[in-house]
Design a protein around this ligand. Sequence first.
Ligand code: C2E
Ligand code: MG
Ligand code: MG
Ligand code: MG
Length: 291
Amino acid sequence: RAKRTNGDPVALFSEEMKVAAFLRFTLEGDLRRALGADELKVLYQPIVDVNQRAIVKAEALVRWSHMDRGSIPPPEFISLAEETGMIVPLSRCVMEQVCADIAALGDDLPDDFRVSINLSGVNFMDAQLLPTVRAVLAEAGIPASRIEFELTETVLMRDLDYATVILAQLREMGVRVAVDDFGTGYSSLAYLRRLAVDTLKIDRSFVNELDDGQGIAIVEAVIGLAHSLGLEVVAEGVETVAQLEALSRRGCHLIQGFLFARPMSSAMLAAALHNPAFVPATVQPAVRRGG
Ligand code: C2E
Ligand code: MG
Ligand code: MG
Ligand code: MG
């Protein structure tokens, strides 16, 4: 129970709201400034193919290194950026950094290596998305085949007709698309067949539930769906060998998670790509059921 400072609970409440609004206002101003001040950094989390025992992709994950508050994780500022529209310049900034890093790594990158970039619903609905992607790729001088975008199921489902058109245009450009956090939204075979997507990412929550046997049915269903539609399937949030084996045995051999690595700088990623021992030899590809 709040202390009665002036005997007026309404006044007390509005005082709290003023403080909240003020904090938000400051954060919004800070984010606006951060965009121009090099405070947004992109880290890369490797995605390993356990059959090839190699890093085949990486997911770009933004970090805000705030001058007073230290490193702020995305869940604390992405929604604010979405609400204020700042997600548009923010995503452009992420795309530019990713493309510049890819260009800098140049021949060091394996031929088929891609980086996936998260987009929010606001980005997807932005009429400037495709021109922006084209401009950023051209400026960095890298091919579209280096990039995959991650969109959540919910964003894709909001307007199927619109999603169908935009995804077709992205595919025509040569950019791939992954469905992020798959299984947490409204999935249906019908919509997936219609959309030009390339990859399904099994949400971390289901990978977690593999441990007590609960996630197995969902994970098997997602892997089966992906295979029957000819899509790639990536499991995210893999933290243990037991989870890796459970996934690999069921035909999911693309693995992302703390078991292999946390998000890292592009320099560390380059080193990891050249380290033949990055995926330990003890990680054995499982025999696929039904071959
Ligand atoms: P996401 O796209 O599903 O990204 C995966 C998140 O899971 C990342 O958190 C990653 O660090 C974390 N993760 C990966 N492996 C493990 C694991 O083994 N265990 C645990 N506990 N966590 C793991 P992060 O970087 O904090 O990002 C959170 C979310 O913020 C992302 O979820 C994505 O939705 C959003 N996000 C991150 N970067 C961007 C960006 O550049 N643009 C946009 N629009 N959203 C972003
Ligand atoms: Mg993602
Ligand atoms: Mg995800
Ligand atoms: Mg997620």
